[in-house]
Design a protein around this ligand. Sequence first.
Ligand SMILES: NC(=O)c1ccc[n+]([C@@H]2O[C@H](COP(=O)([O-])OP(=O)(O)OC[C@H]3O[C@@H](n4cnc5c(N)ncnc54)[C@H](OP(=O)(O)O)[C@@H]3O)[C@@H](O)[C@H]2O)c1
Length: 244
Amino acid sequence: MNLSGNTVLITGGASGIGLALAERFLKAKSEVIICGRRQDKLQEAKQKFPALHTKVCDVANANERVALLEWIETEFPETNVLVNNAGIQHRVNLDAGTAGWEHYRQELLINLEAPVHLCILFIPHLKKVNPSAIINVSSGLAFSPGAFAPVYSATKAGLHSFTLSLRHQLSKTSIEVIEIVPPAVNTDLGGPGLHTFGVPVNEFADSVMNRLANGEQEVGYGTSEKNRLASRQELDEIFKRMNG
Ligand SMILES: NC(=O)c1ccc[n+]([C@@H]2O[C@H](COP(=O)([O-])OP(=O)(O)OC[C@H]3O[C@@H](n4cnc5c(N)ncnc54)[C@H](OP(=O)(O)O)[C@@H]3O)[C@@H](O)[C@H]2O)c1
């Protein structure tokens, strides 16, 4: 895809991978709108990159997703790229089974229901602005689950599957469907300090943007690149190695 001249909406864009992508789209001379639940994080991001536009939105809430599209159509009708990046990760042991349903449901809502609904909501809008793109952020765990995060891994496998079908169904339209497949990246996902073993976010984002510019539609990095290209037998070996 062409990285410049776009108007890009990034959910969960105030931190981590979303903010790193936002910074790079700005640098490439695109307009960028970021949304998230925490006003203070959005403000912090705007202080760092004053050109950013911000919007408080909880994508777990279906009404707020509808309102987000309405706001975009009024304030930024030229928006031509939707990046479904917002996500949470809960490390849970289902054998202990102590968390209430709402704890698990939030992961399903934010990581799977929200991006699926936002894609469906935005398709008619994105057809009007040519060229356009949907970028879904899944995970290497979509291909080989992390047993420490069973619901999270399932949501990412679901998002990967949905993205494949979406790309197929939109192949005759002007909407390009892209999937970013991060490996472990050093962000605050799941809480501060849980992903310090991951690759630096800037290194990851630089690689992703180069490959998007080259026209690739499914982009991993390091271990997630291996996962996404692995055979079933290799995935079984990766699962055993990763989950002990
Ligand atoms: N870091 C990794 O190792 C890794 C690996 C594979 C995939 N990923 C994926 O990459 C994406 C970005 O994660 P990250 O690593 O950059 O973590 P992060 O820094 O925690 O970023 C997640 C962002 O999502 C926002 N968010 C969460 N729930 C939201 C909601 N209900 N509505 C709107 N925004 C919401 C958060 O802001 P608020 O809390 O203010 O809403 C935050 O800005 C996620 O989809 C994640 O699953 C990350």
